[in-house]
Design a protein around this ligand. Structure first.
Ligand code: GDP
Length: 301
């Protein structure tokens, strides 16, 4: 965790350092506040959150009549933390529920890191002593099932898949949940396809996968995987997926490759659900629970 924190700090400190330098330079005129706004917008915080944050800071600076660095740092910390909303429940379903495995559906556009995330999540769950079954319902991309199976073998959990390219993803998902029940697993984690070029097709397919699973078990968690480096594009994707399925949590991948950590705030606002996990690299251990306090500290320290 320490190592991941350091990596997050490296990628995001540009934001915090820039802000602190601007804010503690004394004499905050209109131009300086615009620079603060630009810095926040450049970090993908979004217009609404940026406006709120800057209004709050301006008021504080005025009332307290100081731009002393320690004070500014404290205010920034408090206000950023409030934006990230530490009160949200960020737990991921990981245990049997009423005598059946928890079902976690992982959705998102191809290339965002969906399959990798399912593999890393399996590893986290196994480390917590959970029995896991993986479902390779991304049957559109032939390599996806192989990729997931490789993760499964590496982690030591079974992967339910079809050998037929273009097989019905809903059928594979159904089989995975069935296998999970038979094996008395704790959790079934299902990878899905994410072709966004055809919104209607995606809606039909994801909707069907969910409906078919629900013939035998409730779906407890729908994790939407978003690539943190895609900015506004990622937000649009979030909107589309939000219309198709009830997303319960967001996984923000590739946070190691961007200084645009503000996307955490923007995407939570967009969907009204918490960022639960973050991807901080391509390695098997590079998935971490999202910790608001550590995140804000990483930005500012
Ligand atoms: P999918 O098409 O959404 O299933 O995407 P993949 O899981 O195949 O991942 C696409 C690429 O992103 C791969 O090269 C992954 O190694 C890489 N990737 C996934 N998560 C992360 C992350 O958190 N950080 C970085 N740097 N790369 C990642």
């Amino acid at each position: 965790l320490q190592r991941l924190r350091a990596r997050l700090a490296r990628s995001n400190s540009a934001l915090g350092k820039g802000l602190l330098a601007l804010l503690s330079r004394g004499q905050l005129d209109e131009e300086a506040w615009e620079e603060v706004e630009d810095t926040l917008l450049a970090a993908d915080l979004g217009v609404q959150a940026t406006t709120e944050l800057v209004d709050k800071l301006r008021t504080r600076v005025k009332i307290e009549n100081t731009t002393d660095e320690a004070s500014v740092r404290r205010w920034l910390h408090e206000d950023l933390l409030a934006l990230v909303d530490p009160s949200m429940d960020r737990s991921v379903a990981n245990s049997r529920i009423e005598g059946r495995p928890a079902v976690v559906l992982v959705v998102g556009v191809n290339g965002t890191g969906k399959t990798t995330t399912v593999g890393k999540l399996a590893r986290v769950l196994v480390a917590e002593d959970k029995d896991v079954v993986l479902g390779a319902a991304d049957t559109f991309r032939a390599a996806a099932a192989d990729q997931l199976q490789t993760w499964g073998e590496r982690v030591g959990v079974p992967t339910i898949r079809s050998d037929r390219e273009g097989a019905d993803p809903a059928a594979v998902a159904f089989d995975a949940v069935k296998a999970g029940a038979e094996l008395e697993a704790d959790v079934v984690v299902i990878d899905t396809a994410g072709r966004l070029h055809n919104k209607v097709g995606l809606m039909d397919e994801l909707g069907k996968v969910k409906r078919v699973i629900e013939k035998q078990s409730p779906v407890d968690e729908v994790l939407l995987v978003l690539d943190a480096t895609t900015g506004q594009n990622g937000l649009r994707q979030a909107e589309v997926f939000g219309q198709v399925v009830d997303v319960t949590g967001i996984v923000l991948t590739k946070l190691d490759g961007t200084a645009k950590g503000g996307i955490v705030v923007a995407v939570q606002r967009q969907l009204g659900v918490p960022v639960k996990l973050v991807g901080l690299g391509e390695g098997p251990d590079d998935l971490a629970p999202f910790d608001p306090e550590a995140f804000v500290s990483a930005i500012l320290d």
